[in-house]
Ligand binder design. Structure first.
Ligand SMILES: Nc1ncnc2c1ncn2[C@@H]1O[C@H](COP(=O)(O)OP(=O)(O)OP(=O)(O)O)[C@@H](O)[C@H]1O
Ligand SMILES: Nc1ccn([C@H]2C[C@H](O)[C@@H](COP(=O)(O)O)O2)c(=O)n1
Length: 231
């Protein structure tokens, strides 16, 4: 390089999509940490707006009631992969957004177009502010939120593998119930009209069923490095 300028890596935008329990969050966080990138969990944002709707007594079965107040909550995501945060109106909701009640209602809330427009705008502004680049994980990142992402990954895994992983986290919930709940949520997320869960045409599909988490992380890190090297 001329004038002794130091070559720094170009910011890279990585989109990681896929159904529930395929390893998006674990993989995205680790890849971002390893490569010095920011990290955004977009599912947490949809969970946060759902938590706000529930807490404020909004009828989840009424899309027009949800649409009418979609702009009200102030949702803030912290993007450090070592300690991602999420607040609503200044309240830390990292715990409350993981309850069964929120999980069972998030697909209905996230199907409302006004909710998606609001959260998509937020996601784009966070991605464009990430100086070193960002790993953004969700359901519609490669197709809708960041269609120009440098690299798009679509993670998959069998329902059995995903249910076994989730059952390990949810003590006391049997694997059959977990499997059925995952399948039901994926069906709702895939069949909604506005930006459904889908693989972008130019995404690299990685089936994680028989891979360990470190293997998946290594695979994605390699794909990012190849992309950066222009291969
Ligand atoms: N390849 C893997 N092998 C074994 N366990 C895994 C693998 N990938 C992820 N896990 C584990 O599976 C669980 C679910 O992973 P994670 O939360 O990353 O999935 P996700 O796709 O983000 O799910 P969701 O969309 O529901 O948030 C976690 O306990 C994680 O440690
Ligand atoms: N880009 C996204 C991310 C998430 N959602 C919805 C659909 C999911 O069921 C829900 C929770 O996501 P999770 O925390 O399980 O990753 O949020 C979406 O519609 N679009």
């Amino acid at each position: 390089m001329e004038n002794g300028a130091v070559r720094t890596a170009q910011p890279v935008i990585v989109a990681i999509d896929g159904p529930s329990g395929t390893g998006k969050s674990s993989t995205s966080k680790a890849v971002a940490a390893q490569l010095g990138l920011s990290y955004l969990d977009t599912g947490a944002q949809y969970r946060a707006i759902t938590w706000w709707m529930v807490t404020n007594g909004i009828d989840i079965d009424d899309p027009s009631a949800i649409a009418a107040v979609a702009g009200k909550p102030d949702i803030v995501s912290g993007t450090d992969p070592a300690g991602p945060t999420i607040t609503v109106d200044g309240v830390d909701v990292a715990g409350p957004i993981r309850t069964q009640e929120v999980t069972s209602k998030v697909s209905a809330v996230s199907a409302v177009p006004e909710v998606r427009a609001r959260i998509t705008e937020l996601q784009r502004s966070i991605a464009s502010a990430a100086e070193n680049g960002i790993v953004v994980e969700g359901r519609d990142i490669g197709t809708t939120v960041l269609p120009d992402a440098d690299l798009k990954i679509f993670l998959t895994a069998s329902p059995e593998a995903r249910a076994a992983r989730r059952s390990g986290e949810l003590k006391g919930v049997d694997i059959h119930t977990t499997r059925e709940a995952l399948i039901k949520r994926d069906a709702a997320d895939s069949s909604r009209k506005t930006s459904p869960l889908a693989k972008a045409d130019d995404a690299v599909e990685v089936d994680t069923t028989d891979l360990t988490l470190p293997q998946v992380i290594e695979c994605v890190v390699t794909l990012v490095e190849e992309k950066r090297a222009g291969k």
